[in-house]
Design a protein around this ligand. Structure first.
Ligand code: GDP
Ligand code: MG
Length: 443
């Protein structure tokens, strides 16, 4: 599903990923590739234009002091904007708080309506409800039969009429039958037609008036690309939808429909379907879908974790102190604490700009959990004055601190060396172009 798009985006971002700094030019090259990838995936051009504009603006405004590489940060921004374009939070199927939950399913012929009705019935049944299926499609004899077969398969009653009648009338009688049977969910299948003409629009509007559904689901076939989005808009204008279902995402589709339909119609995508089997129904989660498209969930979650643990203020504050050479043992303690909160260190080191290359060279590679514990104990055994002014730490003070923290003077010395390394490193990093850092480390 959406493999081509996903592959292209990953290639684009991998090219950015290892860079310490990204210029506006780099960003534009990357965004141009993202744009082409989205257009090739058949995403609506207006949606693409707005999307790229928002990503660019955010990327340029993003704070460079964040403890991730700019490449990773752009992946994260693209991810966040994808989630937005897909609707933000997921919106599950609504159920009525009193009376039966009534769902109207509409869309053109072949979009997957009848199959979806079966799927929803199965789902509701699994969730402990008592659903009933209703056929109002007289266009094809097979349509009613298809629904009956599905009903038998999942053991759900199906209401249908032998003689052709207006859909609204069938709907009205179906509601009576539902009451008689004591069901609490009614799923109404409708006639499709090859296009949404006036007759179909009127028929559906009358049916909707009659049954007063809590959900009007508009079903569109992902394989039809932009056409699916246009149709969704037309259906929504004709009968006011409450949600979209995008079907056939399993087939070799480019996926543009899913990525455009929310932005174009304003309606949430509630489900996607990914196969012919009845079970191939998935709740739609914008965030999960975005990371599927991006295929870079690992980077995204790293950036999120970094943002959660390092409050923006704090990062800026430390950066300022680094630049002015004020980085003291208190800052160091705070950094150690943040490193710990962020989880296993080996993975974290790669996230810090410049660290990936550094790992074997600097002593910082030794920062494991045990080291963190010991370091914290040592710094905590110092007075505030000592933390702010490490030059005070003469031999007798170091012995006192070793005793207080249950360590040895050698441990204290090692910690002070690490601190000095970190301070040098940070000054070099804060110094700008990275040349200073490279000079310092001799590579
Ligand atoms: P309707 O005319 O809108 O009622 O569409 P149907 O429910 O009859 O579905 C039309 C065809 O699409 C059937 O052959 C379904 O099996 C197939 N179909 C529906 N959903 C999916 C899907 O998610 N993936 C695939 N591959 N086929 C699907
Ligand atoms: Mg049908």
């Amino acid at each position: 599903m959406l493999d081509a798009l996903s592959d292209r985006l990953q290639t684009t971002f991998k090219r950015l990923g290892s860079r310490g700094k990204i210029t506006e030019e780099d960003l534009d090259v990357a965004l141009r590739e993202v744009r082409v990838a989205l257009l090739e995936a058949d995403v609506n051009f207006k949606v693409v234009r707005d999307f790229i504009g928002r990503v660019r603006e955010r990327a340029l405004g993003a704070d460079v002091t964040q403890s991730v590489t700019p490449g990773q940060q752009i992946v994260s921004i693209v991810n966040q904007e994808l989630v937005e374009v897909l609707g933000g939070d997921s919106e599950p199927l609504r159920t009525a708080s009193s009376g039966p939950t009534k769902i109207l399913v509409c869309g053109i012929k072949g979009s997957g309506k009848t199959t979806l009705c079966g799927r929803l019935a199965q789902r509701l049944k699994r969730d402990g409800m008592k659903p009933m299926l209703v056929s109002t499609d007289f266009e094809r004899l097979a349509a009613t039969e298809q629904l009956q077969v599905l009903g038998r398969q999942i053991d759900v009653p199906v209401y249908f009429e032998e003689r052709e009648a207006p859909a609204a009338e069938v709907g009205k009688r179906a509601l009576k039958e539902a009451e008689r049977l004591g069901v609490n969910a009614i799923i109404v299948d409708t006639r499709g037609g090859v296009a949404l003409d006036d007759a179909l629009a009127d028929e559906l509007a009358a049916l909707a008036d009659e049954i007063d559904p809590i959900e009007v689901l508009i079903v569109v076939d992902a394989m039809t690309g932009q056409e699916a989005v246009t149709l969704a808009k037309e259906f929504d204008e004709a009968i006011e939808g409450t949600g979209i279902v995008v079907t056939k995402l399993d087939s070799d589709t480019r996926g543009g429909a899913v990525l455009s339909v929310r932005e174009v119609t304003g309606l949430p995508v509630k489900f996607i379907t990914t196969g012919e089997r009845l079970e191939a129904l998935e709740d739609f989660h914008p965030d999960r879908f975005a990371s599927r498209v991006l295929g870079m969930g690992d980077i995204v979650s790293l950036v999120e974790r970094a943002q959660q643990t390092m409050g923006e203020r704090n990062v800026e504050d430390v950066a300022r102190r680094m630049k002015t050479g004020q980085f003291d043992l208190e800052d160091f303690l705070q950094q150690l604490d943040q490193l710990r909160q962020m989880g296993p260190l080996s993975g974290m080191l790669d996230m810090i700009p410049g660290m990936a290359q550094l790992k074997d060279k600097a002593q910082i590679a030794d920062m494991n959990e045990a080291f963190l514990n010991k370091s914290e104990a040592i710094i905590q055994s110092m007075t505030i004055e000592e933390r702010r002014n490490p030059d005070l730490l003469n031999g007798s003070r170091r012995r006192r601190i070793a005793g207080g923290s249950g360590t040895t003077p050698a441990d204290v010395n090692r910690l002070l060396n690490q601190y000095r390394e970190a301070k040098k490193l940070m000054q070099a990093m804060a110094g700008g172009k990275g040349g200073g850092l490279r000079r310092m480390l001799g590579f």
